[in-house]
Ligand binder design. Sequence first.
Ligand SMILES: [Ca+2]
Ligand SMILES: [Ca+2]
Length: 379
Amino acid sequence: MLCAQSSIEANILKKYKLNKKGFSLIELLIALTILAIIVAISSDTFKNVLEQAGREMGIMSTQMDSFVGLGMLTYDIEHAGYGLPESFRSTISYNEASTSPANAYNDAPSGIPRPFVSGNNTGLNGSDYFVIKSILAATNNVCTKWTYITFENKPFPKTWSSSSQNLVNGNRVIVIKPAKDIYSSNELILDADGNFYTTFNSANFSSDFSPQNQGERYMIYGVDASTDLRMPFNRTDYYIKVPTTSSMSLRCAPNTGILYKATVNHANGELNEMPILDCVADMQVIFGLDSNEDGVVETYSDDISSLTANQIRKRVKEVRIYILTHEGGKDNSYIYPTSTISVGEFGKGREFNLSSTIGTSWQNYRWKQHIIVVKPKDL
Ligand SMILES: [Ca+2]
Ligand SMILES: [Ca+2]
């Protein structure tokens, strides 16, 4: 090792000595090129090139953010209603969101949970507040797990061959007796004390939550890993808010906020907020309704507050979300062409006035409307 090293050193020394005569033509050319680059960097043209590149990086990163965030929103809408009770075996009393404005969208203490609830124009800048209820509307992985128990096999719930799919002892679960036909509904099992959930046990599942008759099969849905449930489902809210604890990104236009996905915490009913999109000026939610229940959408509505949980299941065939945001940051060389933008379609949603809501610099942002159209699969 040492030998090889000293022989390399000797070679380098030899080369250095050979080149000691002066600058070659190649060396001079390289030096001149470097000088030319330095001159170019200090010039305005080059500065503009760098600024343009920076803007494009900013736009690219906002596009990545929106791709991930809006993917979560799409997933939640698709699975709204999944595992959600449609009726209760007996009288129930549960809790839901404990803080304002989220608690305005509660079905607690005894209502059948609605898969979708929305507050029309009640949020920041008159944006909509959007609530999704399902077993899957949480961020833990227990809510993706389910199994069933039969009268014949109790007290042993079915186990899957892939162990990662199995609920583990201690998980909090709800139990549903599936609808027999289109005239009956999925019924939430409660025990004699009115408890609407139980703790999973793979070898001794609660007899109160197990089938009572031959041939019956009950569905078991994981809801939370280990926290006692305040409600027999999970819930995620989407809304725009200007954060109080952390500050807004500097690139955002004035009077925009952050689009949050927030899950209701079973422990205390407070929201666990996750920012999913920066610089959001508006969000409008429109529902494609099959009001006469013939399978075809004929009306669009931005207010479904008069519909029952059952009507929402039967009639909401499409959910359309319109999100107004801007790409990149402020750009004084850019002029946005119109001072108002229609956020929505079919005569629903609203006309967003950029100049009055954003302020004097509204024209220097690249406004963009994201439109998501989702057909719910689990209603
Ligand atoms: Ca609205
Ligand atoms: Ca129809």
